[in-house]
Design a protein around this ligand. Sequence first.
Ligand SMILES: *Cc1c(COP(=O)(O)O)cnc(C)c1O
Length: 973
Amino acid sequence: MQTSNVSTEGTSAVSLEQLEQKQDFIRRHIGPGAAEIAEMLDAVGASSLDDLMQQTVPGGIRLPTPLNIGDSKTEVEALEELKAVAGKNKIFRSFIGLGYHDTHLPNVILRNVLENPGWYTAYTPYQPEIAQGRLQAILNFQQMTIDLTGLELASASLLDEATAAAEAMALAKRVSKNKKSDTFFVADDVHPQTLDVVRTRAEMFGFDVVVGSADDAAKNDVFGALLQYPGTTGEVKDLTDIIAAVQENKGIVAVAADIMSLVLLKSPGELGADVVFGSAQRFGVPMGYGGPHAAFFATRDKFKRSLPGRIIGVSKDTRGRPALRMALQTREQHIRREKANSNICTAQVLLANIASFYAVYHGPEGLKTIASRIHRLTDILARGLQTKEVALKHATWFDTLTVQVDDKQTVMKRAQDRGINLRSDLEGAVGVSLDETTTRKDVEALFDVLLGDGHGLSVENLDAEVTTQGSTSMPQSLLRTNDILTHEVFNSYHSETEMLRYIKSLEDKDLALNHSMISLGSCTMKLNATAEMIPVTWPEFGKLHPFAPVDQAQGYKHMIDELSDWLLDITGYDALSMQPNSGAQGEYAGLIAIRRYHESRGEGHRDVCLIPSSAHGTNPASAQMVNYKVVVVACDKNGNVDLNDLRSKAEEMSDQLAAIMVTYPSTHGVYEETIREICDIVHQHGGQVYMDGANMNAQVGITSPGLIGSDVSHLNLHKTFCIPHGGGGPGMGPIGVKSHLAPFLPNHQVIELDNTDKGNGAVSAAPWGSASILPISYMYIKMMGSEGLKKATEVAMLNANYVATKLDGHYPVLYKGRNNRIAHECILDLRPLKEASGVTEMDVAKRLNDYGFHAPTMSFPVAGTLMIEPTESESKAELDRFIEAMIGIREEIAKVESGEWDATDNPLHNAPHTLADICDSDWNRSYDRHLAAYPVPSVAKNKFWPSVNRIDDVYGDRNLICSCPSIESYQDE
Ligand SMILES: *Cc1c(COP(=O)(O)O)cnc(C)c1O
């Protein structure tokens, strides 16, 4: 018998502490174990992790003391502690409305999408051949948007309703023929948080906002107008004439609409609107104390080049089959930089997909039933109140009543005693919004609250009255007459079995982190641990309305405060705002703080923003949003910011200098030695330093923006701090600032925040952004502790240096720092190979799919290159598989280079290979099928099949189709 190496003798030699494996989570989050780390250190030529840090990170910026986060917790401990924190939230029945409604997320979607790593760990579909599943789900979202809004073209989600309103204003300015006006009209029945975000954006652009009754919209000379349908207090009114009158004066009209009401009401497109947008939250997405939720956005076809955010379009692959991809990318930040329509990068894809699945599952009939039931319950509530001679503010409604009350305090008290939240910010009235979770019992409880006991009303009797007498609360002329969601996809999957299989069929087309490493440089695709994800769907976090009284949200407060403190410790900043719900929104919020700071010192004329040529596209796009002039600073041949160029530009523009935006370590993957000098030069000339925090995964526990000398940064919690990418969102982009910028952090009109100045406007719809995904980062930090976080950074750097060392002989590593080290990512230069062989970076990216991998980041920040970021979560075994694939591909390139393989009839040019290729009875290529699909033996163990062949980008943009094509078009083949 073999002896086990776990001896039963002498267990007393180990302490209880060791037996409890307190550091279990660190070991699980970090891919390589001790033996693998030792092997890799050996391979890169470092004696220890600390030695590697000494060699790599400039000495002057190393943290003098360890982080102050505490010890790591086990998954069990951390979940227990967070459960206790969550328990401090009080879950009231919410009738607040204001754009947030309780909902029933169908369980089949909850478990198979929201709780499924196949969906939540995917990246934005930049590699469409391995992303057809989520592209289809987003296309369904666009089709749903088109049907419900009555417009021609829809985008693939924006961050929330309020930012979508600001984007609508920006679009209106771009396309309006009224070029002379800088005035934007906002109807006074738009949600207050929407107005707040619009005002902030307008102030930055230098627009005037006029607020007034919708009826007066055309009385102003405006480039655009924003209306809401139904209004924030519930009124459903015909906007046709108002819209026409504004358009008569060359103004563009945007309408914020409630998605559920659109199931029954005539679409705003039919009323004449140019833009229609709103929140898709109530299609199955939990309120989550403010988010994440997807905003939908639709406009006319003729404005397609002005549309903000991503659009999914139908194109074809090399077999001529329909295939989906992101369309018209040249509109957006990653290509157009400061001339982009918006700075949107991370959006809300996961939430858009959930909403689209909700529509697929319920179908048009199911949605009509849900919307009609909500409306019927509202009619019943209204009728009961009218019977008792309670005045309602409006004669029309869909789901929201504004109820005039004499003694508001008493009503609010009765509501509170029954665990009910009403909208309370209305003069002499309360607001009541019903939703799909509202029951008869709820309506009875609302009668009790609004009328006091002993009213004698019965829901059943009132229902009978409505049935016999009919309802006029939605004007006849505004009832929808056309069919919605007629496409097959919305009429096929109404049983759970069918739905389950539909979701799974899409999931199988997508490569996510549950299949293999996704080495996207700058995106930090690390483990999204299950224990981190579990709290996201706890009702204690999901069921809170963002504008619930703060005393009901003490669990959230506790969690947000603690997380903020940790992030401040990690970044070396003094104050933090959780409001921005993406990195790009963080940039915007940070630049606003800088602008307000300059203004507060009488230096509002400073408007030049220096941005190194290697910067991410969101940097210039965000600078433009605060009306800053972008001046590009050159990089030297080593990839570092050219200090001479920086110095001369800073001197030349000294009086105008507002800020520099710099990423650290740089997007070139190195720790610039001169980062302190860069900060000093900008400060000397009166500018502020914005440090883009996307690369915090190379800083945590080792250095910090605050220590280096920066003034403000955003953190991509969906990169460094484990929020999954969701196939293109959600994300969170909180900003940290030094104390002098703290008074200029965003505030919020509806829920006033106490850590910033009163007058500051909002940048997001909800005061704490997408609060319900913060538990992910909270759990991560808690389970890692100070020691684990530092180790994660070290191993992220070890993994990157290991890959660079192993690949350097095969592909040149473009930039290196001191001691020939790279930071947490590296750029491989494919340009010489392209010149020698004709094989492009695109060929390499697609061929990697055949090997079972997602491509690294392509052509950013340097065209013709690949940027690899392995992260600490990948084991040595996985890195070796990736290295094997890259070397295998290099050998294939050599065959093209030498002429052994034909220039086009080769596996690189034809990649990726699909099952349709391999099963094609006409296979007539010069290489064999096995080589095409199983280029190395390890692939066979876990083969991933791209579902379409390489997609034609040019065809897709020339023949733009952004709605679901008919099923027949898929059957041509
Ligand atoms: C990801 C990224 C951003 C933008 O962040 P989003 O959350 O996608 O808006 C900005 N800068 C850099 C360097 C990034 O990698």
